[in-house]
Design a binder for this molecule. Structure first.
Ligand code: RVP
Length: 489
């Protein structure tokens, strides 16, 4: 009876999306998606918290193009805090560590300081207050002649300053209007930083970037299901979102601890992974801000083989989304995505966005070096439940799978649920993301969906057979020129 009553579970290859009547062009669709209660992204992509996927560099690159990275936790608390801070400060329009001078300084000293620090202007500070600004241009003609003038004699005292909360566009307007290259940022007469035109223009290079209210890049960070200390430290370091990283978040100890974590942080809290509507209900009742779905679909995951447990991913997404949508909680489809078409199917099944491991591993910005095998370039990609990740880091792999690493523990005492491998080197992340989002937009055009919410509503699935899959992939030819969005391993 148990077997007879068992439901069929479906995944990406079991369906295609049916083309709909459409009044929308791919180029006009809006891919804005909610990642958690309080944060929205311009593209529906979040990177996996894995030690071969997300550290500072990838988190910055992904936030610049409109997604968000989750810094992994297979490192010490201090290292993870440092990485979060690095992402936050990288996107800050305001330079906060400013080199300054004082009114009594000699011009020789100022020139040397400018050269040493490679800056062309210095704010002048007296009794902690900003009283002027001096630039290389001001001192050059004077230094050509013998002079005993001091900073106070030639500085500009009528300084154009701005507030901390200024937008890049307003800052640019003010800089142009006043013909100045740098704008000191002042709070109660005191200097808190400086904005330069160069930084404003750099900022404008990434119009899609995911930013907080102060203009800094958004970043998420992984924490253990019971690691309150790490959660608080990451929150204080400025992480916008914390992601509880756990293989089975319907474990009731994890569920119960979620509200303790939530009560102790300002950041939004995403919890996962789950694969059923009941798990979604349980976690939502704890006040969490986002859910992560996926038990076993990951490309390097062996949970379904080792434990025999999991739910094919489209069924899991759909079951969780049915519950989450009633409460307005975003759903992240985590793992198993191989092509841009899978992203479209995940959203059509009810996900708000996708979490990518494999598709972002192997980019220039992912951790690790490129290796060459048989004349092709690869980068390492391994599961956080693999033997290497559980023993090679700081336990961030092991406790995800409720396993404990003790000093004397040998490999033979751990039961891995993931494998270690390599993926082809893919080049720069923004090129990879461009293809993925291009494919999603094409799909939304076919389905007649102007935005993600509409895609969830109007996209229709058609069930296919193994012949359908065969027909879908390129067939009956030898691929002679690999396509950037259809890699062959
Ligand atoms: P994929 O993108 O298919 O490579 O899957 C990535 C996801 O797999 C991660 O976001 C995580 O949820 C899951 N994962 C990570 N490690 C392991 C494992 O060792 N089993 N699984």
């Amino acid at each position: 009876k148990k077997i007879k009553e068992a439901e069929l579970g479906y995944t990406y290859d079991d369906f295609l999306l049916s083309p709909n009547e459409s009044w929308i062009e791919a180029k006009d669709v809006n891919t804005t998606a909610k990642v958690s209660k309080n944060f929205e992204l311009n593209i529906p992509i979040i990177s996996s918290a894995m030690d071969t996927v997300t550290e500072t560099e990838l988190a910055i690159a992904l936030a610049q193009v409109g997604g968000i990275g989750v810094i992994h936790r297979n490192m010490t608390l201090e290292q993870e805090v440092e990485q979060v801070k690095n992402v936050k400060s990288s996107g800050d329009l305001t330079i906060r560590d400013v080199v300054t001078t004082n009114p009594e300084s000699s011009l020789d000293t100022v020139r040397d300081l400018m050269e040493q620090e490679a800056v062309s202007g210095l704010p002048v500070i007296e009794d902690e207050n900003l009283i002027g600004i001096i630039s290389k241009r001001d001192i050059k003609p004077i230094l050509a002649s013998v002079s005993d003038k001091k900073v106070k004699d030639i500085m500009t005292s009528d300084v154009v300053t701005v507030e901390d909360s200024i937008s890049p566009l307003d800052a640019l307007d003010i800089a142009y209007e006043n013909k100045v290259e740098r704008l000191p940022v002042v709070r109660d007469g005191k200097l808190v930083g400086i904005i330069t035109i160069r930084d404003i223009l750099n900022h404008k290079k990434y119009p899609q970037a995911s930013r907080d209210k102060e203009g800094k890049l958004l970043v998420a960070a992984a924490t253990g299901p019971f690691d309150l200390e790490r959660a608080i430290a990451l929150d204080e370091a400025g992480a916008d979102i914390l992601a509880v990283d756990c293989a089975h978040a319907h474990n009731m100890n994890v569920v119960n601890f979620a509200s303790t974590l939530k009560d102790n942080i300002d950041a939004d809290l995403i919890v996962g992974n789950i694969a059923t509507g009941e798990a979604a209900e349980a976690l939502i009742s704890q006040g969490i801000d986002g859910l992560k779905v996926g038990i076993g679909p990951g490309s390097m995951c062996t949970t379904r083989i080792i434990a025999g447990v999991g739910v094919p991913q489209l069924t899991a997404i759909s079951d969780v989304a049915d519950v989450a949508s009633k409460h307005g909680i975003p759903v992240i489809a985590d793992g198993g995505l191989r092509y841009s078409g899978d992203i479209a199917k995940a959203i059509a099944a009810g996900a708000d966005l996708v979490m990518l491991g494999n598709l972002l591993a192997g980019t220039y910005e992912s951790p690790g070096d490129v290796v060459v095998m048989n004349g092709r370039q690869y980068k390492q990609y391994r599961g956080m439940g693999s033997m290497g990740a559980m023993t090679g880091g700081f336990g961030g792999g092991a406790d995800r799978y409720f396993q404990e690493i003790k000093g004397h523990m040998k490999h033979s005492k751990l039961v891995p649920e993931g494998v270690e491998g390599a993926v082809p080197y893919k080049g720069m992340l923004n090129d990879v993301v461009f293809q993925l989002i291009g494919g999603l937009k094409a799909s939304m055009g076919y389905c007649g969906a102007k935005d993600i919410e509409t895609m969830k509503k109007v996209a229709k699935f058609v069930r296919i057979t193994s012949s359908g899959i065969k027909e879908s992939h390129p067939h009956d030819l030898l691929i002679t020129n690999e396509s950037p969005n259809y890699p062959t391993l």
